[in-house]
Design a protein around this ligand. Structure first.
Ligand code: MRU
Length: 337
């Protein structure tokens, strides 16, 4: 199969007529701008700047660019793979996808790399559906459901991870209300999850991250679903900064708390949460905010900033891990290894 034969499309990535395009997520929800990926350095910049983001999607995007590079006749595909693999450190799907490409398409031909990239894409679609179907029964009529960051079609090439659970429960006829945390500093919840919830028609309310405790105290949240960027063998998992806060609050208030991830997010080589590398990002993301609405800074220009992009939720705080292969209590999950 040649790269030019691929015809694939998802909410945030599409391939057709030998062109690889991404939806620039930095401009959502106000502008829907598709960008053609020129080469692997362009894709690295796209991933680093979060124009493309979400653990499964960055894995698929990097795999596609490696096949794309082969189709352009790039001479050193191992170097291309290494640059793509290093573009972000925490979400293991990126390393998983590139390692799988090099292992299963070891001859590094365009045909082999395209075949494996397409398999990674197709499997992500199937895993999203399976996670959604596995997790949907955990939501009951009348529930208030808390979520953070963006875990839907923009973060995967299917219907998402945690978002898939919400979508499948809604499609099955359950009626519930979603509270979407805005997700400082980059506002993936406020900009992207609200956009996706509106597209599907799920009733929802946007809150700042600091409002979750008040809602829980008032009995308005019964369960919480988050995605994951890397799940360790112990069941501790890294996800967007603020997830750990939510888990602590959920434990205190007796709210059920679930992490939702495909098997490509499980890092069998990682024993526990403290071994997960946490990406630290630029201070300006905290000193202000930027998007299609413009760029603002409100903090002093040189104020010291701490900006970890992810945190780790320990397995003790997790009611269950919703995977494409089933729902596991942390102790059941640990026995899989
Ligand atoms: O920095 P981002 O926007 O790539 O972070 C994304 C998340 O933390 C998601 O919750 C995670 O990738 C899992 S859901 C696909």
């Amino acid at each position: 199969m040649r790269f030019a034969d691929l015809k694939l499309s998802s909410l945030g990535l599409r391939v057709a007529n030998a062109r690889l395009e991404i939806l620039d997520q930095r401009l959502l929800p106000d502008q829907e701008a598709w960008v053609e990926v020129r080469d692997h350095r362009h894709m690295v910049e796209i991933i680093k700047t979060l124009a493309v983001r979400g653990a499964p999607l960055i894995g698929v995007a990097a795999a596609m660019e490696l096949a794309h590079a082969a189709s352009r006749g790039e001479s050193d595909l191992r170097a291309v793979a290494a640059e793509l693999r290093a573009s972000r450190p925490t979400a293991v799907n990126l390393m998983w996808a590139i390692d799988r490409m090099l292992r299963e398409a070891a001859d590094l031909t365009e045909a082999s790399l395209t075949r494996v990239a397409k398999a990674i894409f197709d499997e992500d679609v199937a895993m999203c559906l399976a996670m959604g179907n596995n997790g949907a029964p955990l939501i009951q009529d009348g529930d208030g459901v808390l979520t953070i960051c963006n875990t839907g079609g923009l973060a995967t090439v299917g219907i998402g991870t945690a978002f898939a659970v919400l979508q499948r429960a809604f499609e099955q006829g359950r009626r519930f209300h979603v509270y979407a945390c805005e997700t400082r500093p980059l506002l993936q919840g406020g900009r992207l999850t609200t956009w996706e919830l509106a597209k599907v028609g799920i009733p929802h309310t946007l809150i700042t991250d600091s409002m979750a405790a008040t809602l829980m105290r008032a009995g308005r949240i019964q369960c919480a679903f988050t995605g994951a960027d890397r799940v360790s063998r112990r069941g501790d998992y890294a996800n967007k900064i603020g997830t750990y806060n939510m888990a602590v609050l959920a434990k205190y208030h007796g709210v059920r708390f679930y992490g939702v991830a495909p098997w490509s997010t499980v890092d069998a080589s990682c024993p526990s949460g403290e071994h997960i590398e946490i990406e630290e990002r630029h201070a300006d993301e905290v000193r202000g905010v930027a998007g299609s609405f413009g760029q603002v800074r409100w903090a002093p220009r040189d104020v010291a900033v701490f900006n970890p992009s992810f945190d780790v939720t320990p397995a003790e705080l997790v009611t269950g891990l919703v995977l494409d292969r089933g729902v596991y209590k942390p102790e059941e999950f640990q026995r899989l290894f």
